[in-house]
Design a binder for this molecule. Structure first.
Ligand code: G
Ligand code: G
Ligand code: MN
Ligand code: NA
Length: 262
C-alpha cells in the first residue's frame, strides 16, 4: 500500500514533468535466429525507486492493475516508447518496439485512441510500434478484446500474443485472431535445454507449425544458452529473446542494434 501511494505520486510528477522520472523503459532485443540480427525490441518497464533500487514490473504492475492506476502506467510506457522510437527513427536506426499492454487496457478502445494520438504527435510510423498482450488477457474477454486488436491492426500496429501456452486459446480462435506474432512462454523454452528430445520439443514444434499455418511469426522467450537457441532454430522458431544475447537495458545501451552473432 505504501508502494501504491508512491506510485501514484511518481505518475503525478511525471504527468507534470516534475523532477527526474523514476519510471523508465528498458529494451530487450528480439533476435532473428537465421541471421542473429536484432530485428525488434521489447519495452519493459522499471521503477528506479529511491530506496528500494530498480524494481521489476512484477512488484508494482499487479498493484497498479488492482487499483486502476494501470492505465496511467500504460500511458507512461507507450508515451516513453513512442518518444524513443521517434529519436531512433530520426537517426535512421529504428527497429519495431513492442510495448506490453495489461488485460485492463485492451477491453476498451481508449488505448487505440491513445496510440493513434501518440504516433501522430511524434510522427512515428505505425509499423514501428507493436503491442504484446497475454494469452490469458485475450481469452478472458474476447468479445471486447478482439475489436480493440482489430482497430490496432487497422492502424498498422502489430499485435503479439505473449506467454503463449499458458492460456487456453483454441485452434479456431487462433485462426480468427487479428494477431501477427506468437510468443512461446519461457517455461517451454527452459525445458528444451534439459537435453534429449523432451516433451517440450514436441510441444514447441506443434506451436510453430500451428502458428506458421496461420501466417504468424513465432518468438521464443527466455533463451539462456546456445544449445537451446540451436534447438529453437531447428524447430523453425523465427525469433528469440533472452539473456544469451542481451538483458533488458536502457535505450542508450541497446542501440544501434548490431549483429548478435555468437
Ligand atoms: O521485465 P520482467 O521480466 O520483470 O517483466 C515481467 C512482466 O512484466 C512481463 O511479463 C511483462 O509482460 C510485464 N511488463 C513489463 N513491462 C510492462 C509494461 O510496461 N506494462 C505492463 N502492463 N506490463 C509490463
Ligand atoms: O512477461 P513477459 O514475457 O512480457 O516478460 C519478459 C520478461 O522475461 C522480462 O521481465 C525479462 O526481464 C525476462 N527475461 C528476458 N529474457 C530472459 C531470460 O533469458 N531468462 C529469464 N529467466 N528471464 C528473461
Ligand atoms: Mn512481453
Ligand atoms: Na512473455
Amino acid at each position: 500500500l505504501v508502494l501504491l501511494g508512491e506510485l501514484h505520486r511518481v505518475l503525478e510528477a511525471h504527468a507534470r514533468s516534475d523532477g527526474e522520472p523514476q519510471l523508465e523503459m528498458h529494451y530487450q532485443p528480439k533476435i532473428e535466429l537465421s541471421s542473429h540480427r536484432t530485428v525488434g525490441l521489447e519495452a519493459l518497464i522499471r521503477w528506479r525507486h529511491p530506496t528500494r533500487g530498480l524494481l521489476p514490473p512484477g512488484t508494482f504492475v499487479p498493484l497498479a492493475e488492482q487499483s486502476g492506476l494501470i492505465h496511467r502506467v500504460t500511458e507512461f510506457a507507450l508515451g516513453e516508447s513512442v518518444r524513443q522510437l521517434a529519436r531512433w527513427q530520426a537517426q535512421g536506426e529504428a527497429v519495431p518496439v513492442a510495448v506490453n499492454l495489461s488485460a485492463h487496457d485492451v477491453v476498451s478502445p481508449a488505448v487505440v485512441e491513445l496510440i493513434e494520438a501518440l504516433l501522430a504527435e511524434h510522427g512515428v510510423d505505425p509499423s514501428l510500434l507493436e503491442v504484446e498482450i497475454t494469452e490469458t488477457a485475450l481469452v478472458a474477454d474476447p468479445s471486447r478484446v478482439v475489436p480493440v486488436l482489430e482497430r490496432l491492426g487497422a492502424l498498422g500496429v502489430r499485435v503479439a500474443i505473449d506467454d503463449f501456452g499458458t492460456g487456453t486459446t483454441s485452434i479456431s480462435q487462433l485462426r480468427d485472431l487479428p494477431v501477427a506474432e506468437l510468443k512461446i512462454d519461457r517455461l517451454f523454452v527452459a525445458d528444451l535445454g534439459e537435453g534429449g528430445r523432451s516433451g517440450s520439443e514436441v510441444v514447441v514444434q506443434a506451436m510453430v507449425d500451428l502458428a506458421h499455418s496461420f501466417g504468424l511469426r513465432v518468438v521464443a522467450e527466455g533463451v539462456e544458452d546456445a544449445e537451446t537457441a540451436a534447438t529453437l532454430a531447428r524447430l523453425g522458431v523465427d525469433r528469440a529473446q533472452g539473456f544469451l544475447w542481451a538483458r533488458p537495458a536502457p535505450a542508450d545501451a541497446v542501440h544501434p542494434p548490431g549483429d548478435h552473432a555468437l
